[in-house]
Ligand binder design. Structure first.
Ligand SMILES: Cc1cc2nc3c(=O)[nH]c(=O)nc-3n(C[C@H](O)[C@H](O)[C@H](O)COP(=O)(O)OP(=O)(O)OC[C@H]3O[C@@H](n4cnc5c(N)ncnc54)[C@H](O)[C@@H]3O)c2cc1C
Ligand code: FES
Length: 255
């Protein structure tokens, strides 16, 4: 898939809570085709500490508005700087990068599991499934009710189930403890989030013989397969998460 480097203009920078914000970007030309699971590399200028681009999942593409959405958690210098960017400012974006979630078979019952900022790619994936007449179940986990983000957006594309670690919304506990995992059988699971969560989801899927794809967020530098800093051990040897991934069949991973 062809990659582009564009100066995209910020149309909105919405604060969702004290940790998360939603950047919306556009340009005058139509945005390129992007697939669920792919990511962008953002250039954050004006600081030696942010010399390397920062990888961020494609959260959603609003084709009607020609807008790319990025859901971002403030964790360090780069993401904190992005949170301060004002509407109208340009950001240099290298995209779309990486592979994507694979196509399900028609009629498959699909569960999309997201934890923390790992819910970001699940919105785009859910929207693309709904466009193919497949309505997924979203299982979204967070520490607390205020950290469950974009629920009104998720509800447009499927059934939304939630867990919180403090029990303030949805079922109390971690996503892997949600009752739907005991009460219903799914044909396919896609997941993104903290590694322990993804490992638990992958183990659950393996026990039940369910096909499972995981989206890894290994630390990256170049994002285009040149520096090997994102390698992941798999049954086929070391593979670059930025080019062979970020989406892998869970059975392929040695983790
Ligand atoms: C394919 C991919 C998709 C991603 N999608 C998103 C997304 O949609 N939204 C989002 O907010 N973040 C996402 N991330 C994580 C994001 O890239 C990092 O949080 C960001 O690069 C941190 O930059 P910083 O300058 O703010 O922090 P830094 O100052 O670079 O680091 C601050 C802290 O964050 C940790 N950190 C840095 N990179 C990562 C990482 N990749 N994973 C976990 N911890 C990290 C560092 O170890 C350090 O403790 C994604 C990462 C990858 C590889
Ligand atoms: S980030 Fe450089 S090879 Fe993947």
């Amino acid at each position: 898939m062809k990659k582009y480097q564009h100066d995209l203009i910020i149309t909105a920078n919405e604060t969702l809570n004290n940790q998360y914000f939603l950047l919306k970007l556009t340009q005058s030309e139509p945005l390129p085709e992007m697939q669920p699971g792919q990511f962008v590399q953002l250039l954050i200028e004006d600081s030696a500490q942010t010399f390397l681009r920062r990888p961020i999942s494609i959260n959603f593409v609003d084709k009607a508005k020609n807008e790319l959405w990025l859901l971002i958690q403030k964790v360090g210098n780069g993401t904190r700087k992005l949170a301060e960017y004002q509407v109208g400012r340009a950001i240099n974006v290298l995209y779309p990068l990486g592979n994507s979630f694979s196509e399900p078979l028609p009629q498959q019952k699909i569960l999309l599991v997201g934890g923390g900022v790992g819910t970001a790619p699940m919105l785009m994936l859910g929207a693309s499934l709904k466009a193919k007449d497949i309505e997924p179940t979203f299982l979204l986990g967070a520490r607390s009710a205020g950290d469950l983000l974009q629920l009104n957006e998720f509800e447009k594309y499927g059934r939304v189930l939630t867990t919180t670690e403090d029990g303030s919304q949805g079922e109390h506990g971690f996503v892997i403890q949600h009752s739907v995992l005991q009460n219903e059988q799914f044909d396919r699971i896609c997941t993104c989030g903290p590694t322990p969560m993804m490992k638990a989801v992958a183990a659950y899927a393996a026990q039940r013989g369910i096909y499972c794809e995981v989206s890894l967020e290994n630390t990256m530098a170049c994002g285009i397969g040149a520096c090997l800093c994102c390698v992941q051990d798999t049954v086929d040897g070391h593979r670059c998460v930025c080019t062979d991934g970020p989406v892998f069949d869970a059975k392929e991973l040695k983790w």
